[in-house]
Design a protein around this ligand. Structure first.
Ligand SMILES: *Cc1c(COP(=O)(O)O)cnc(C)c1O
Length: 368
């Protein structure tokens, strides 16, 4: 790998394949795999990731919003795409791009049937989302009858799947709660299937659900974070490889005198003679201010360099007093060894947040 000469996010497709194969090894052979590629494939590059997974024969994709699905169609993705959180204002565009909506309440169901029938659609695939305890999106279990009567009165739509989402699949202290969600989902699915007269696909598990609740894989699983290399536990992280490495470079080195300050608002005041390195990455690139003031650290020549003072928009300054380094040297913000998981923990957050926060200003470099 050539050394970084500017801030780049490297995306390792071999690592993606490794994670995909690992997650698939946890499934029954007939269980379908939906790859969640919302939010630019968790901050990496949705088009490249989806194209690669499509070539690996992934069964389904999911995004959060309709415009994310449109971007995938424009990039040549032909597999089914579930839109997890659509809004009616974009339903015409959703239909024009053959995207499949998650239908999570009566208002959305009515709006979708109205727009799809105005577009002369029949049997348009939809996915019915039930709330089983997360209390975020979804019909409640006592709405099954009213959904069924609407669906039976319409030839416009056809239910392709019934699904729900776990609230605490990574937290084994909440096992009883999760098992209760699974039982509630089974009851809903049985009732739905019986009344509808056919069995739609059922799915419930995200990455941690796949790893912790094999009894709840049903017909398909929906994996996001695991594909990108994180398993939400020390144990599972060992088997997965982070696909993204955020690299930058040392722009300038300063020798800071005792008593001098570093950065805006003079947030850092030096108590000794200090060597600092200024890096071309800041909060506009996704490194939030909470990483400043010695919380977060980067890795330079294998050594920890804490971020000192306030994070600026386009820069951070790091303490390199005891590190043998020069202007132009490569810096790892997070990657395979100093992981996004470790880095995010320094600011009391999680891998999901830091990897999706890396702004579009940072160049993506795809490694195959
Ligand atoms: C984001 C999301 C997922 C993926 O979750 P991971 O923990 O990243 O695997 C699955 N299902 C739904 C409904 C989601 O919103």
């Amino acid at each position: 790998m050539p050394k970084a000469q500017e801030t780049v996010l490297e995306i390792d497709l071999k690592a993606l394949k490794h994670n995909f194969d690992y997650l698939k090894s946890k499934l029954q052979p007939q269980t379908k795999f939906l790859a969640v590629v919302k939010a630019f494939a968790y901050g990496s590059d949705a088009n490249e990731i989806a194209k690669y997974l499509q070539d690996l024969n992934v069964d389904y994709f999911a995004v959060a919003y309709i415009n994310e699905g449109i971007a995938l169609r424009d990039a040549g993705i032909t597999r089914p795409i579930l839109v997890l959180h659509p809004q009616p204002i974009n339903f015409k565009a959703l239909i024009a791009h053959c995207l499949e909506p998650s239908i999570y309440n009566t208002k959305i169901l009515n709006a979708f049937i109205a727009i799809a029938s105005a577009e002369n659609q029949t049997d348009y695939p939809i996915h019915i989302k039930f709330n089983t305890g997360l209390n975020r999106l979804g019909f409640s279990k006592n709405e099954v009858d009213s959904i069924i009567s609407k669906l039976k009165a319409s030839k416009t739509v056809k239910v392709k799947s019934v699904f729900s989402h776990l609230a605490a699949s990574e937290d084994l202290d909440e096992k009883a709660f999760t098992l209760n969600q699974i039982e509630t989902f089974k009851t809903i699915a049985e009732n739905f299937t019986k009344q509808m007269g056919f069995k739609p696909m059922l799915h419930m598990c995200n990455t941690s659900g796949v790893l912790n609740y094999p009894e709840a894989h049903f017909d398909m699983v929906r994996c996001g974070i695991g594909l990108y290399g994180f398993g939400n536990s020390e144990k599972e992280n060992q088997y997965l490889t982070p696909i993204a490495t955020l690299k930058t470079v040392i722009s300038q080195i300063h020798n800071v005198q005792k008593g001098a300050s570093v950065g805006y608002n003079r947030a850092f005041k030096s108590e000794t003679l200090l060597k600092t390195a200024t890096l071309p990455i800041g909060h506009a690139d996704g490194i939030g201010r909470q990483y400043g003031n010695s919380k977060g650290f980067v890795s330079i020549n294998g050594q920890k360099a804490p971020i000192i003072g306030n994070v600026c928009m386009d820069m951070i300054m790091v303490n390199v007093t005891n590190i043998d380094c020069n202007e132009g040297d490569e810096v790892i913000v997070f990657g395979k060894n100093h992981t996004a998981n470790t880095f995010s923990a320094t600011a009391n957050t999680i891998s999901y947040e830091i990897i999706t926060a890396i702004s579009q200003r940072v160049k993506r470099l795809i490694l195959n």
